[in-house]
Write a protein that binds this ligand. Structure first.
Ligand SMILES: *Cc1c(COP(=O)(O)O)cnc(C)c1O
Length: 404
């Protein structure tokens, strides 16, 4: 086993060697511009792009013409939200989203608010799911778009997209979903899920960074978006810019692999995740799982370890690459807004760890991680007067502290 162990697969994934092999010829041999119509260099590049388009479409139940290539999901989210807001401005100016979205969606919404769009940010319940009645109640005759992520990047909670899509359809409102964490991991189908726009990103499912796509529905209804990038009119006018052919080939290859291997891979990752969870829960007390265990990605675990300091915990396990609920910026130590939205206190948010198990993790690695976390948490708690008091039955919420 090699250290450090990478267990941060929600942040990014290693490129699958099979994906890399598929990409290689498109750097040195088939290097044409896919928009060059006058020679074989261009035609071959275009063929490769169209093959990839089909592979990606097949993974999500779409048709090739509905796939628009982008530089990644941040761009896809921007194109979806701003593109719809601009295109449908005559019809209405209201968008509904939720508080635990990725910043790519939330910050788009903030920008749109400055331009006069009204945005409703639905809260989530303690399990991380939105309330469908609240969603229904939020829709007005000015609502043009609902944007709810498929699966959350911190807590792995999977929203009831199919039901959300049904509600959107009934009300004649478009549904966009940031499906970055779901695509390639769990079955996603734009038809049965009633999705009108969907963002995906290559580097979250074993393709390279800097390539992604936006699915834009073409019929029933035909969705239109206003381009946010002006230029050569690539991607049927929706996204100008010379296509990144090697990366797109990689995205296609990764999509085909995911489609073929998803069932087996899910089984394996769920087994590893549950093994990690069960061991931590068995050997440690005062640990809390953040978000629904039932409606959750099979490879995600997000746990708070009470009575330990997040920083010390991370330092203690520094041969394991994970993320914590503390977003450490230069000046402040802000707890995760996602965990706060679930009602977690600052302490529990700070002492949380996100484990993201991926294709290249082994059972040995997961066993090592479980034992290491247990050892470090136990050691830190031995030094914690708060933990000792709690064990002695002191209700810490009733203690009045004296400042010195
Ligand atoms: C990673 C991520 C993004 C951003 O994708 P990029 O391709 O890195 O721009 C957006 N949404 C979610 C949920 C993500 O996990």
């Amino acid at each position: 086993m090699k250290l450090p162990i990478y267990l941060d697969n929600h942040a990014t994934t290693r490129t699958d060697p099979r994906v890399f092999d598929a990409m290689k010829p498109y750097f040195l041999d088939v290097f044409g511009n896919a928009a060059s119509r006058n020679h074989s260099f261009g035609w071959e590049a275009e063929d490769a792009v169209e093959k990839a388009r089909k592979q990606i479409a097949d993974l999500i139940g779409a048709t090739a013409k509905e796939i628009v290539f982008t530089s990644g999901a941040t761009e896809s989210d921007n194109l979806a939200l701003k593109g719809v807001a601009e295109m449908y401005a005559e019809r209405g100016n209201h968008i509904i989203t939720q508080v635990t979205e990725h910043k790519a969606v939330l910050d788009c919404c903030k920008r749109l608010e400055k331009d006069g769009v009204r945005v409703t940010y639905l809260p989530v319940r303690q399990d991380g799911l939105i309330d469908l009645d609240q969603l229904r109640d939020a829709i007005t005759d000015k609502t043009i778009l609902i944007s709810i992520m498929y699966a959350n990047n911190e807590i792995g909670v999977v929203q009831p997209i199919r039901e959300i899509g049904k509600i959107a359809k009934e009300k004649g409102v478009l549904l966009h979903t940031d499906a970055v964490q779901a695509v390639g991991k769990i079955p996603v189908n734009v038809i049965s899920d009633n999705i009108d726009l969907l963002s995906l990103s290559g580097h979250k499912y074993y393709a390279p960074k800097g390539v992604g796509a936006l699915y834009v529905r073409r019929r029933n209804p035909r969705v239109q978006i206003t381009a946010q990038m002006d230029g050569g009119g690539h991607e049927r006018g929706m996204r100008s810019g010379t296509l990144n052919v090697p990366a797109i080939v990689g995205l296609g290859a990764a999509s085909e692999i995911a489609r073929n291997e998803m069932i087996e891979e899910t089984k394996r990752l769920r087994y590893l995740r549950d093994k990690l969870k069960d061991k931590l829960m068995r050997e440690l007390d005062e640990v809390y799982i953040n978000g629904s265990m039932e409606h959750r990605l099979p490879h995600n675990l997000n746990i708070s370890f009470a009575y330990v300091e997040g920083e010390s915990l991370l330092m203690g396990i520094n041969d394991i690459a994970v993320s914590s609920g503390s977003a450490c910026t230069s000046a402040t130590l802000e707890p995760s807004y996602v965990l706060k939205a679930l009602g977690a206190g600052d302490d529990l948010a700070h002492s949380s760890i996100r484990f993201g198990i991926g294709r290249f993790n082994t059972e040995d690695e997961v066993d090592y991680v479980a034992q290491k976390v247990i050892d470090v948490v136990q050691k830190l708690r031995e030094l914690s007067p708060l933990y000792e008091m709690a064990k002695e039955g002191v209700d810490l919420s009733k203690v009045s502290w004296t400042a010195h």
